[in-house]
Design a protein around this ligand. Structure first.
Ligand SMILES: C[S@@+](CC[C@H](N)C(=O)[O-])C[C@H]1O[C@@H](n2cnc3c(N)ncnc32)[C@H](O)[C@@H]1O
Length: 268
């Protein structure tokens, strides 16, 4: 087989699998190219791409049924009842581990963060998962743009439906931020509970990503304890965060919530 044929075959094998058919094709292509450089043959390359995707996509964190969830949101927003809207967003966020763990914090998570950054009018939510659904707790009447980046196609489509229900432009973007850093300017970029995995998946890319973001503040968060075993990770991630921005004159504020360690980095 020629190299282009090998590549097409590996991509087709991944995109036809139930687990990864919804993954951004650019992500699959980049991983397939890398795997073929290393393995040369289809079978081991497919195996290597699946192993990388397991860590990158983290399907084990959970997903809602996106069509059903979109219909629930449509009904909730039609009611114009904030309690109903919040309840619906809450139930959908409960279906993904990262947002589920943040639910008990929502009442003052963003209030505290935005007290430091000022209320943003433009937000970038990087590797967003379902976190944009926290918007009804953000209390931002003057928000004009919410950019959300992820590599899961149905999630992005669903989030665009949600943003439109909120009167915002559909600016959830199917973009692999390891291949193309976000270019959109904003007041606050959220990069929640993903940096350790990002550094593991794309060694050394965390710092250039932070440097490239054209925003005033970056909100970087980490789990307080490990998913397995409940080990306290605060000291380790505090050191890690300081290393990531070492040499930059970027003031840092630390907020410790019950379960999530948050750093607010002031870039400019
Ligand atoms: C652990 S979840 C975090 C979700 C969210 N930040 C939160 O804390 O609620 C990680 C998310 O990052 C996305 N992701 C992983 N690698 C990515 C990449 N290179 N570009 C864009 N999104 C990515 C995954 O698809 C997944 O939705």
């Amino acid at each position: 087989m020629t190299v282009p044929t090998l590549l097409t075959t590996v991509i087709a094998a991944i995109k036809s699998s139930k687990k990864y058919r919804d993954t951004n094709e650019g992500t699959v292509r980049a991983l397939a190219e890398e795997a073929l450089r290393q393995h040369k043959k289809v079978k081991p390359a497919v195996k290597a791409v699946r192993a990388r995707l397991h860590s990158i996509m983290a399907p084990y964190l959970g997903d809602p049924d996106y069509d059903a969830a979109a219909a629930q949101l449509t009904a909730a927003y039609a009611s114009q009842d904030l309690a109903h809207i919040r309840q619906t967003c809450w139930e959908i966020m409960a279906q993904h581990l990262s947002t589920r763990e943040r639910l008990p914090l929502l009442a003052d998570f963003y209030t505290q963060i935005f007290a430091h950054t000022g209320p943003p009018t433009t937000i970038l939510d990087i590797a967003c998962g379902l976190n944009p659904l926290a918007l009804p707790w953000m209390n931002l009447p003057h928000l004009s743009a919410f950019y959300a980046y992820d590599i899961h196609e149905p999630r992005i489509q669903f989030l665009n439906h949600f943003l439109q229900l909120n009167g915002l432009r559909p600016q959830a973007i199917l973009q692999d931020v390891a291949l193309t850093f976000p270019q959109e300017e904003g007041d606050v970029a959220l990069f929640l509970k993903e940096m350790p995995r990002f550094e593991r998946n794309y060694h050394g890319l965390g710092r250039p990503l932070l440097e490239a973001l054209p925003v005033r503040h970056i909100v970087l968060s980490f789990p307080e304890v490990s998913t397995h075993g409940g080990r306290n990770l605060v000291n380790r991630y505090r050191t890690f965060c300081h290393q990531l921005i070492a040499g930059h004159d970027w003031p840092l504020t630390e907020l410790l919530f019950d379960g999530e360690l948050v750093f607010i980095i002031k870039k400019r």
